[in-house]
Design a protein around this ligand. Structure first.
Ligand SMILES: Cc1cc2nc3c(=O)[nH]c(=O)nc-3n(C[C@H](O)[C@H](O)[C@H](O)COP(=O)(O)OP(=O)(O)OC[C@H]3O[C@@H](n4cnc5c(N)ncnc54)[C@H](O)[C@@H]3O)c2cc1C
Length: 422
């Protein structure tokens, strides 16, 4: 009998790492993706691999900060007011989860997922041939009260085994001798890392295809056939041709589209797309940025990549899957840079130079990783929001372990795909 493939819906970083670990266990895998191959959130992001980000987005104070930011058209956060039951339900869940109890239970989960991933990135860099650097991450704070807040996070980090150092200006200048930031201070996480996401995806895809994984681009899942509690066939639209793909197990890893696709099977996976932008520019000669960093008040991520350019990324617009580029927000990102690094007065880019991606955001800031509950051969791996690159290898490994009935490297209960009910 011909073995039916494990089908992965979504060829972003989460789908590809799910494919990788299934392949490594000898499974037959097919990845389907509706895009032409270089779209989706996994390409133009900031490429940070950050176990230091162990606090979920849904946390005390976020709602107040968000409301304040919404009044400023160049601010880093925006919820587009619209009549949507989905948005309302998501907002209520976000509100319910923005408390200390939720943070306390999420911190060890995000820490462990982040640390496992980082180790995997370290070990795979040679095999998959992507440039990967472990230079850490600096959180720059313009104001003393922000530095105090970040110092509090640093204290917590050290308590849970993530090394963090509070830096004064002198120590910052030792780490970054050329850019001389105008800040009150910073927190340095020496254990963080970074990579070039486009390079990572290209090399991962090449490895998968060379080893026999079928990756189908321009292939949109349009319907799912089931018999009882089992998915039997995926209906795919491939360049206007309909294809019926008979499947064994299925992994839903369709990023911001996962909530909509889940509805085909009456799954409740609350999800909002958090649009963000990035712009890549040359390094300023003799003022090179060496260490990836975040301008904390501006919520801008800055990553030197592949020794060639610097990527500036930011903003979080909860506004549906709307691909319009809001140049006010892009301007907000660009204008904030010289406030921290006076030598980086950058030109506002043309619209064509701006990349955007939809971060798949669950309302409690935790990904969905695990069995769907509803169909015996359906598994979920999505909702990684601002940390999909960071958390992808561990998430892929864990979902593969679960599908294959192995003991998972960490407990998956906290990431249950059924936690908002079905
Ligand atoms: C500005 C910015 C900076 C960021 N920086 C970082 C960072 O430094 N570190 C970090 O860890 N994360 C970062 N992120 C977040 C990270 O990019 C995302 O979490 C991650 O890319 C999500 O990956 P994914 O595979 O879940 O989704 P995607 O990459 O969006 O992939 C989902 C795929 O599903 C496909 N799909 C959808 N519907 C269908 C369908 N019906 N049929 C077939 N295919 C379908 C889509 O075409 C898409 O390719 C950043 C994001 C942004 C926007």
């Amino acid at each position: 009998m011909v073995q039916k493939p494990i089908a992965i819906i979504g060829g972003g970083i989460i789908g590809l790492f799910s494919a990788y670990y299934l392949l490594e266990s000898g499974e037959k895998v097919v990845v389907i993706d509706k895009s032409s191959g270089n779209e989706g959130c996994s390409f133009g992001n900031a490429g940070m691999v950050v176990p230091s980000h162990f606090i979920p987005l849904a946390s005390p104070g976020m709602i107040e900060k968000g409301l304040k930011w919404m009044l400023d058209s160049e601010s880093p956060f925006y919820v587009k007011p619209r009549i949507s039951l989905e948005l309302l339900k998501w907002g209520l869940q976000f509100y319910k989860n923005s408390n200390q109890k939720h943070v306390d239970s999420s911190v060890p989960l995000l820490r462990d997922l982040g640390l496992i991933s980082k180790l995997l990135y370290h070990d795979l860099a040679h095999k998959l041939k992507y440039s990967y650097e472990e230079k850490g991450l600096i959180m720059y704070c313009k104001k003393q009260n922000t530095l105090d807040e970040e110092a509090h996070v640093a204290e917590l980090a050290n308590k849970i085994g993530i090394v963090a150092k509070v830096l004064d200006k002198k120590s910052i200048h030792k780490l970054e001798p050329e850019i001389r930031p105008e800040v009150a201070g910073a927190v340095y996480f020496p254990g963080d890392a970074h990579l070039n996401p486009t390079e990572l995806i290209e090399s991962l895809k090449k490895y998968l295809v060379d080893k026999g994984v079928v990756i189908k681009h321009n292939s949109e899942l349009i319907n799912i056939q089931t018999v009882g509690d089992e998915i039997t066939t995926l209906e795919i639209l491939n360049d206007e041709q309909k294809e019926m793909l008979e499947v064994g197990n299925v992994v839903l890893a369709a990023g911001s589209w996962s909530g909509i696709l889940g509805k085909m099977l009456r799954l409740n996976l609350p999800m909002q797309a958090g649009k963000g932008y990035s712009v890549s520019k040359s390094q300023v000669p003799n003022k090179e940025i060496f260490i990836p960093n975040i301008l904390v008040e501006a919520r801008v991520a800055i990553t030197p990549m592949s020794g060639r350019f610097v990527r500036f990324g930011g903003t979080m617009e909860i506004g549906g899957l709307d691909s319009t580029i809001n140049m006010n927000r892009v301007r907000g990102v660009i204008k904030s840079v010289p406030e921290f690094f006076p030598d980086y007065a950058l030109d506002v880019p043309k619209k064509e130079e701006v990349w955007y991606g939809f971060r798949p955001c669950s309302p409690d800031g935790l990904p969905y990783i695990g069995h769907s509950g509803a169909y015996k051969n359906l598994f979920i791996n999505t909702g990684h929001a601002m940390m999909g690159i960071s958390l992808a290898p561990a998430s892929g490994k864990l979902i593969a372990q679960q599908i294959l009935g192995k003991k998972t490297e960490m407990d998956l209960n906290g990431f249950s795909a059924q936690r908002f009910g079905n």
